[in-house]
Each structure stands twice: as structure tokens, then as C-alpha cells.
Ligand binder design. Structure first.
Ligand SMILES: NC(=O)C1=CN([C@@H]2O[C@H](COP(=O)(O)OP(=O)(O)OC[C@H]3O[C@@H](n4cnc5c(N)ncnc54)[C@H](OP(=O)(O)O)[C@@H]3O)[C@@H](O)[C@H]2O)C=CC1
Ligand SMILES: N[C@@H](CC=O)C(=O)O
Ligand code: NA
Length: 363
């Protein structure tokens, strides 16, 4: 039986971010006993744990590993959550387009959504409109801070700028933790740097890349983030492929079918990135992967640029993102947000903080 002050939670996706979110959720439940946070469903793409009485044990990950139950279909999950004894939140920790496409269904059934998945907000403009119109009709909430800059307060800051009537002129910076890590280690300001393909492998091992690292290297991950920010700034960008995006996938590997085969063959093409690095070095510069949105001219672009070694973008460390908001109020000194832009814990932090906001609004 539901307590008056109880929130039911379904988690889809239990990988790098999903596992960190689960541990932050357990900690949150200990620190804040009310409302009672009740996990009632957890799944990967192959397995699920759930029960008809909406209770699952305290060892969700162990139970998931041992489970022989297949996941419910997405409409079944929506029915299950809509029929929960009190309000429910879906936490989508996948990068699945299918799950993203189902957000309007969940929201229309009164189920709130929290997610680091970029696919819903950078898919077709129609999906974007359907999501927010379903939320506004049903009153369910949708938060996705970690879809840009992981846990860094990028989306909340941009929304605050827009909601308070500031005029966003330009947004620019380094939007990918993977690309930041790769260029900071492959083409550092001091020293010779590592081997491109070996750094790509490291970025994957550190949990910075998308499930398939080609989604980072083809520029699409950054293009998705810029699509989200541009839309929030008022530009109805149609899709992440409707503006120029530079890919770092070698031509010869474009048709490779699996991410594993791609990573295996990438060392054959290290010389291509070495050439890019040397071209910058000859001018006393370093190369970095950046993006920008010019709101007035509606120009969005993603790709490599060369920077003086003294430039703040050249001096970034680790997986750091740096995002500058040029606005009417802030004038020529932009509002700048900087810090780790990838990794399980920092990404889950953005998901958990969104989750706390939703809980406080629906309970
Ligand atoms: N890692 C990071 O630093 C950041 C990640 N993000 C975003 O967070 C999300 C998760 O990333 P991450 O944890 O690193 O990825 P992982 O690959 O580590 O985990 C993805 C999880 O989602 C599950 N999954 C995938 N498709 C489906 C599906 N259709 N139905 C159910 N489960 C599914 C996978 O299950 P299975 O193993 O069975 O396929 C796996 O458990 C992504 O959208 C990513 O873009 C955002 C910011 C930073
Ligand atoms: N693969 C992404 C993860 C966060 O969005 C990145 O490297 O930035
Ligand atoms: Na963020």
C-alpha cells in the first residue's frame, strides 16, 4: 500500500551513469526519508526486475544481474507507472532513441521524466514539441540537465537567462568530455602527447564516451548538445545534422559495422590525426574540438579549431568542458561554466539533482 508521501521510480539503463545514479539514490533515501522513494522497476535492454505490488528488494543491481525476466515493452512500462499507487518518475539512463521517442507517452500518462539521454531533445523538432506539450497538458515534469555538460549547470543556467528576459547572443566552447580528454592528452600545451587511438580507448575505459565512441568522434554528440542549447535559446533547429559538423572518423572506417571493430582498426589511421596536430604545432598552436551557436545569424557549427597555447580552451584539463554564454546583460564578459563534462559520478549528479527537483514538485 502506498504511503501518502511516496514516489515510485523506474530506471531504464544500468550502465556507467545508471549504476552511479542508483548509488546516489540510495544515499539520498538515507539522508531524506520523506517522501519515501520506492524503486519499482529497473531494466537494461535484456533484463528487468519488477513486481505486481510495485516493490523490489534493496539489491536492485544484484537482482537485475540474476533476473530471468525480460524488460516490459515501453507502453507496458507506461501503463505500469501510470497505475502506480502514487506519483511516478521514469529515469532514462540509456542512449536509446526508442526510449526517447516514448517520452510523450509517459508524460501524457502523468509520469515525470529525468534523463541524461540527449536523443529526445535533439531528435526531430516535432518530438521536442510533443514532449513539452505533453508535459504541459498533464503537469508531469521533464528535466535533462545532464544532456549537456554532464552535471554542470548548463541547461538550468540557460533557462534562467531566458526566463529572466536576458537576450542570448552567442554560446560557444568545448561541449564534449571525450573530445576534451582526447585533445588535452593527444595534443597537450606542454610535451608531445599520446597516441590518438590509444587515447580513444582510454576515454572509453574511463566511461567518458557514448556507448559507441563513434557517436563522439563523428561530432554528433556535440551537435546534439548544440541543438538542445539552440532550441532553449529560441532557435528552432530542425536536427543535429542541419548544420555543419566535422567528423573525425577516418573515411576508410565509415562503413565499419561495429564499435569494437572500429576501435580495433583505428590505430591504422593514427597518422591522419598526427598530421592535424603537426599543422597546428607549425603555427605554435594546438587543435581543439569546439562548437558555437550565433543566435542572431542562426549559425551553428561544430569542428576543429586551432588555439594559441595561452588560450583558456587550450589549457583545459582532463574531461573538462567550458561553455561561455554571451548575453545582452553580461556584455563582452561572458558567463562561463567550466568543469568535468563526462564520467559516471558527475553525470549522475546532474540526474540526481534533477530528480530531487521533480520529487519536490510532485510530492
Ligand atoms: N557517460 C557520460 O559521461 C555521460 C553520459 N551521458 C548520457 O547518459 C546515458 C547513459 O550513458 P552511459 O551510462 O555512459 O552508457 P552505458 O553504455 O554505460 O549504459 C547504457 C545502459 O542503457 C541500457 N540500454 C541501452 N538501450 C536500452 C534500451 N533500449 N532499453 C533498456 N536499456 C537500454 C544498457 O543496457 P545493455 O547493456 O543491456 O545494452 C546499459 O545498461 C547516455 O544517454 C549518455 O549520452 C550524458 C552525459 C555524460
Ligand atoms: N560522450 C559524452 C558524454 C556526455 O555527454 C561526452 O564525452 O561529452
Ligand atoms: Na549539465
Amino acid at each position: 500500500m502506498a504511503q501518502t508521501n511516496q514516489v515510485f521510480i523506474a530506471i531504464i539503463g544500468a550502465g556507467g551513469v545508471g549504476k552511479c545514479f542508483l548509488s546516489q539514490l540510495a544515499d539520498l533515501s538515507t539522508r531524506r526519508p520523506s517522501p519515501k522513494l520506492s524503486l519499482c522497476y529497473i531494466s537494461t535492454s535484456k533484463k528487468a526486475v519488477y513486481n505486481a505490488d510495485y516493490s523490489i528488494g534493496d539489491n536492485a543491481l544484484q537482482d537485475l544481474a540474476a533476473s530471468t525476466k525480460a524488460p516490459m515493452s515501453l507502453p507496458q512500462v507506461a501503463d505500469y507507472l501510470a497505475a502506480a499507487p502514487s506519483k511516478a518518475i521514469l529515469v532514462d539512463n540509456t542512449s536509446s532513441q526508442d526510449v526517447a521517442d516514448a517520452y510523450p507517452l509517459f508524460l501524457s500518462r502523468g509520469v515525470s521524466i529525468v534523463t541524461p539521454n540527449k536523443k529526445a531533445f535533439s531528435g526531430s523538432y516535432k518530438l521536442w514539441q510533443d514532449i513539452f506539450s505533453a508535459a504541459s497538458t498533464s503537469g508531469a515534469k521533464v528535466y535533462h540537465e545532464s544532456s549537456v555538460g554532464a552535471g554542470l549547470p548548463v541547461i538550468s543556467t540557460l533557462k534562467d537567462l531566458v526566463d529572466t528576459g536576458d537576450e542570448v547572443i552567442k554560446i560557444e566552447g568545448v561541449f564534449s568530455g571525450t573530445m576534451s580528454f582526447l585533445f588535452n592528452s593527444f595534443a597537450p600545451v606542454e610535451g608531445s602527447g599520446g597516441q590518438w587511438s590509444a587515447e580513444v580507448k582510454k576515454a572509453k575505459e574511463l566511461g567518458y564516451t557514448e556507448p559507441d565512441p563513434r557517436d563522439d568522434l563523428n561530432g554528433l554528440d556535440v551537435a546534439r548538445k548544440l541543438t538542445i542549447l539552440a532550441r532553449l535559446a529560441g532557435l528552432p533547429v530542425e536536427s543535429p545534422t542541419s548544420f555543419p559538423v566535422q567528423s573525425l572518423i577516418p573515411k576508410e572506417l565509415e562503413s565499419v559495422s561495429s564499435g569494437d571493430e572500429f576501435l580495433q582498426r583505428l590505430p591504422e589511421f593514427d597518422s591522419q590525426m598526427e598530421e592535424t596536430k603537426s599543422a597546428a604545432q607549425k603555427q605554435g598552436k594546438v587543435v581543439r574540438f569546439v562548437g558555437s551557436i550565433d543566435v542572431a545569424s542562426k549559425a551553428v557549427k561544430v569542428g576543429l579549431e586551432m588555439f594559441d597555447k595561452s588560450h583558456p580552451i587550450a589549457a583545459l584539463k582532463g574531461s573538462d568542458n567550458v561553455i561561455s554564454f554571451y548575453t545582452k546583460r553580461y556584455g563582452s564578459n561572458p558567463l562561463i561554466i567550466q568543469g568535468a563534462g563526462a564520467g559516471g559520478e558527475v553525470t549522475a549528479m546532474g540526474v540526481t539533482s534533477d530528480f530531487i527537483k521533480v520529487v519536490s514538485q510532485i510530492s
